[in-house]
Design a protein around this ligand. Structure first.
Ligand SMILES: C[S@@+](CC[C@H](N)C(=O)[O-])C[C@H]1O[C@@H](n2cnc3c(N)ncnc32)[C@H](O)[C@@H]1O
Ligand SMILES: [Zn+2]
Length: 133
């Protein structure tokens, strides 16, 4: 079994949308935060599996980030997020970067994209800080 190693600059905690990921130290704009990892599967297989931890890498390849070793799976969606997820199609990795300076203790968020939002967030209502106001 793969060991779960949580990077020291983040911690898992309770948020308005279930569990979330929080900064344990200041993170500067542009800094790499964490990689979204997991099994790479075809989009057909992703359709079969379903679930909320699927991240679309390309039109044919999806990362199944269900495994607990994927600490990035705890990052929630926000409509005005402090991080962004960047897909690198050259090395087929998803990396999450800070889009602004983040203070210690802030919840980390990125925008999940329209398709995921329509399928998984909209039906139950978005609970991000902007929408909850
Ligand atoms: C990748 S998981 C994020 C971690 C999740 N909160 C948990 O406890 O495991 C994505 C799921 O979290 C929930 N979620 C994330 N952001 C949300 C938001 N802004 N509003 C409501 N639910 C959200 C939805 O159930 C979504 O399918
Ligand atoms: Zn929102």
């Amino acid at each position: 079994m793969k060991k779960r190693r949580i990077p020291s600059q983040v911690r898992v905690g309770r948020s308005s949308a279930g569990l979330g990921l929080f900064a344990t130290q200041p993170i500067a704009k542009g800094d790499f935060v964490i990689e979204y990892t997991g099994e790479k599967i075809s989009s057909d297989e992703a359709d079969r599996r379903g679930g909320k931890y699927l991240f679309t890498l390309t039109k044919d390849v999806v990362i199944d980030g269900t495994g607990r070793e994927n600490t990035a799976r705890y990052i929630n969606h926000a409509c005005k997020p402090n991080c962004e997820a960047e897909v690198d199609e050259d090395d087929m990795k998803v990396r999450i970067y800070a889009r602004r300076n983040i203070a210690s203790g802030e919840e980390l968020t990125y925008h999940y994209g329209k398709e995921y939002w329509d399928d998984h967030i909209k039906p139950h209502g978005c609970r991000c800080a902007q929408c909850a106001r």
